[in-house]
Design a protein around this ligand. Sequence first.
Ligand code: AMP
Length: 418
Amino acid sequence: MRFQAPRGTNDILPGESRQWIALETAFRAHASLYGYEEIRTPMFEDYEVFVRSAGETSDVVSKEMYDFYDKGERHVSLKPEETAPAMRAVIERNLCPPGTTLRLSYVTPIFRYDRPQKGRYRQAHQVGLELIGSPSVGADAEIIEATIRFYEKLGIPARANLNSLGREECRQKFREALLAYAEPKIAPLGEDLLIKTRKNPLRLLDSKSPEIQAIMKDAPNVSEFLEPECKDRFKQLQDLLGEAGVSFAVDTEIVRGLDYYTETVFEVLTDKLGAQSALCGGGRYDNLAKDLGGSATPSVGVAMGIERALLVLEELGSAKPTPSIDVYLARASEDAAARVRGLSRELRDTGLSVVTDLEGRSLKSQLGQADRLGARFAVVLGGDEVGKCTAQLRALATGEQVEVPQGDLVEEIKKRSS
Ligand code: AMP
């Protein structure tokens, strides 16, 4: 029996992993420029952490959770996102007492049982930022600016699409208006949907069903229900982003699929990935800490999909080339074997990457291997060279070969590399 990776998951293969490491390294460096420190939480959490945060009627909780009962009959779920687990940790460890702010970053897999397609997987990966404890509109601006600058650093042109959902009072009025609009139109589509709509009419706005999307085209818009202070705050955010030179556009259609968002929500879209157009999503979540049993902790954050960023980089033709190994150290005769082992250690100690043959292949086959690995140089040692303390240095791209003293190898390699 031969096994396959589970549907909707990807093996990140040698060659590809380099792109991942480059992106994650760039993200970590970028996050620390703004003072964000990495948090790592478990792959699974108490199921309730997600029900209380994302909301029972959200797609993520109602359809996409990998939840199960463990051997101790605890209901747990693989994490479908990182914001709620990070906040659970913050509350549990009292990491952000009232009056303080905390900047967290993360790099994590997420798990969602969804229909797999290009850019949408059952195990996906995100990098993200959370600015916890700050009610300031400056915090929203910092998160959005850091996000856009990160994409720019990667070489992905990005614009933030923004909206404000207002505070609870605004949302309550909006919810009522939406329900009044949608109820009669949704009723013919079935009892189940009607019950869900009554529970949370906002869900209709991020429905993937074309039928519902058509119904919601003329629905009332959240922007009509913003209190003056919320409008003001939204305007201040736009001023701050303008001052920072961050490219943005207001899009009053953005609602975001998780219940915990308040006021600012934003996304960065791409036209390079077909249906999966969201590169990242974020916003303010002032109620999340309370929903998870903590004290009120105004916060804002962003989650950026790693796969989608890498797919866009590939489309743009700017994926990083796989760097080759520096030296394939080949043995021309058996009596050179010990010196080959010694020299490989010496070269590695200078920072050169070195591969040697361990299987006793012929010289021809070793040089073929060097080509396949894309080594930049082959260094060949035979009994002769061992005796004279020299080595044959061959640049594999040009085939040019010179005999050099072993003591000069590193310098000769550097000279020929530049
Ligand atoms: P969300 O919290 O759903 O807005 O997710 C934030 C970002 O994570 C999205 O904009 C995507 O880039 C990425 N993402 C979320 N779910 C998936 C998935 N199933 N497959 C691939 N990427 C995803």
